[in-house]
Design a protein around this ligand. Structure first.
Ligand code: OOG
Ligand code: MG
Length: 262
């Protein structure tokens, strides 16, 4: 930890303002090159506390940068974790107001809903599968509060991992009914197939992403509560959106999820 409490508060406030006013800021490491993981999660936690105090409900948790496609696209090598806000939830087939964002991107993900608490350290895939009520398809909306969507790992953690919104729906399935690593996925952008992938793109098995989230929370004495909605990370590279763009993610066995930017 390199920052004092006042600076953590000020930086959380800076990122909140960037989101609210849709005015991107320089990545935090430009000004604080020594920013470390503890600083970054402290800023994210402060952001979260400010939102809760303002009446926002936390709608879920997320892992990011869990696939090679994403790590390569963003030029980073480690998963990151964040939270989802109630105001970012859209219905399947819903319309997303484009002007609400700075430079939105979308990515297809597999989401888990848990029946029981998951607590690290040492949380592993088998425990995740045993605690899972069902999985379902999802699309995440990303919007970096940093200029030109450019950041490093600690900066993006402070910015709640670019979380901006999400859509879920499709057909929920129990994990015993499907094979998550070989589960296929097709992403259509304005009716054209632009990405194809399988579940194993996410850390070999998307449940590994949930286990890593539990183990990461454990370092701060927290757990994944029962009944959590968890996005396991983009399976494919994220797609930049323009006003009027339509996206459909079709998942083998899990149905499809779509949205449109208006
Ligand atoms: C960071 C967030 C990454 C994912 O699923 O990989 C993420 C970013 O790429 O802006 O949510
Ligand atoms: Mg994501």
């Amino acid at each position: 930890m390199t920052l004092d409490e006042a600076t953590v508060n000020a930086l959380a406030g800076r990122l909140e303002r960037a989101e609210r006013e849709r005015k991107p800021v320089a990545k935090l490491t430009d000004e604080y090159p020594a920013l470390d993981w503890d600083d970054a999660y402290a800023i994210q936690n402060t952001l979260r506390a400010h939102k809760i105090a303002a009446g926002v409900r936390i709608a879920g948790l997320k892992a990011g940068l869990t696939s090679k496609a994403k790590m390569k696209q963003m030029n980073v090598a480690e998963p990151v974790f964040g939270f989802l806000c109630d105001y970012g939830a859209y219905g399947d087939g819903g319309e997303v107001p484009f002007e609400r964002y700075i430079a939105p991107r979308i990515e297809a993900e597999i989401a888990f809903v848990t029946a029981r608490e998951l607590r690290g350290p040492g949380c592993h895939i088998a425990q995740v599968l045993a605690a899972t009520e069902f999985v379902l398809p999802a699309v995440e909306i990303l919007d970096s509060r940093y200029e030109n969507f450019r950041f490093d790992l600690v900066s993006v953690v402070a910015d709640n991992t670019s979380a901006a919104g999400f859509v879920t729906g499709g057909r929920p399935r129990r994990v015993s009914e499907i094979d998550l690593p070989t589960l296929g996925l097709v992403v259509e952008h304005n009716g054209r197939v632009v990405e194809t992938a399988a579940g194993a793109a996410v850390l070999g098995h998307p449940a590994e992403s949930v286990a890593m989230l539990a183990n990461s929370l454990a370092r701060r004495g927290e757990a994944i509560p029962a009944g959590s909605f968890i996005m396991t990370g983009g399976i494919t590279a994220a797609l930049a959106m323009a006003r009027g763009d339509c996206v459909t993610a079709r998942f083998q066995d899990l149905g499809s999820v779509s949205l449109r930017f208006v």
